[in-house]
Design a binder for this molecule. Structure first.
Ligand SMILES: [Zn+2]
Ligand SMILES: [Zn+2]
Length: 313
């Protein structure tokens, strides 16, 4: 199973000299099984270059099929989709999966993204076939030879984490999420940071425990865990109501799940390459200090892994 990162940034794209090494594009990860099944997780601006790459293969002649798993539909996870070239070639087929909403169908959510006056080509006018598949929080299903499981995350209006297993290897994608300790996010916007010292009602704590158990299960024994580590401890202290985690939260989940490798992901837009380097070094030393055996990387654009052979390619 091959994994490639095309976008590793959170919130919005930030090109420029300060982000040259890790990259400025928003969330997009490609997973390809040995049998050739193509799965894309999230459609941030990183998907544009992936689309150009795919057009050099069978997508150019309209014979391509891709499956797109969306963690949630905040801009940074969908904003590249209208620029995904395979969509504009007749014959290609794209399957889009995301969490079911009670109020509006997934197709309508994506159609509104390209509605006039926001974009000239509506999703209905795209030449490729697009099918939408709505998912329950703990859905489990097959995409050809890839087994996919889901669990819900702690994020404003909720996000979905995915685990993909194929070729005897597995990858878990956990973005975006707050830790499972101080705030319970559901379908609501929290305008003010709550006091981190205030204790939560038992009902909320029980829901957070169940959510955390779900995430640990999803990451269990994973060869690679990709985790939202957008926040430093200070960011979290100031903005716990924004719904993101710190590297220590990812370490905690990886420890309990017995994961092999962690990729820090969804880097904050204001974070320079040097700052990401420093966060990576600090996270590695934290893991070492707590005797956690875990291979830790900060994800960057173009980072490739072959999980079947347990090494970089
Ligand atoms: Zn995000
Ligand atoms: Zn989000």
């Amino acid at each position: 199973m091959k994994v490639r990162f095309w976008g590793v940034r959170g919130s919005l794209p930030v090109p420029g000299p300060r982000t040259e090494r890790y990259g400025g594009n928003t969330s997009c990860v490609e997973v390809r099984s040995a049998a050739g099944t193509r799965i894309i997780i999230d459609a941030g601006t990183g998907i544009r270059r992936l689309g150009k790459d795919l057009m050099r293969e069978e997508f150019e002649s309209g014979n391509g099929t891709a499956h797109l798993l969306i963690s949630h539909t905040h801009w940074d996870h969908i904003q590249g989709l209208p620029f995904f070239s395979p969509l504009h070639q007749k014959g290609n087929q794209l399957y889009v999966y995301a969490r079911r909403r009670d109020d509006v169908h997934l197709r309508a959510v994506f159609a509104s993204q390209t509605d006039d006056p926001y974009f000239p080509i509506s999703i209905e006018q795209a030449k490729a076939g697009i099918s939408f598949r709505e998912l329950a929080d703990s859905a489990a299903f097959e995409i050809a030879d890839v087994h996919v499981t889901c669990t819900r995350l702690n994020h404003p209006y909720v996000a979905t984490a995915y685990r993909l297993a194929a070729d005897g290897a597995s990858v878990a994608y956990v973005s975006d999420t707050a830790p499972f300790s101080d705030i319970l996010f559901e379908n609501q916007y929290i305008a003010q940071p709550p006091s981190l010292r205030a204790s939560l009602p038992e009902g909320d704590r029980a829901k957070l425990r169940a959510m955390r158990d779900g995430v640990v299960r999803l990451c269990e024994g994973a060869d690679l865990v990709i985790y939202d580590t957008m926040f430093t401890p200070d960011d979290y202290y100031r903005m716990p109501h924004y719904g993101h985690s710190r590297p220590s939260d990812a370490l905690d989940v990886c420890r309990h799940a017995g994961a092999r490798r962690l990729a820090l992901f969804h880097h904050a837009p204001e974070r320079s390459d040097a700052e990401v380097d420093a966060i990576l070094a600090e996270t590695r030393s934290q893991a070492l200090g707590s005797r956690l055996s875990l291979d830790i990387t900060a994800a960057y654009e173009g980072f490739d892994l072959d999980l079947g052979s347990r090494g970089s390619i």
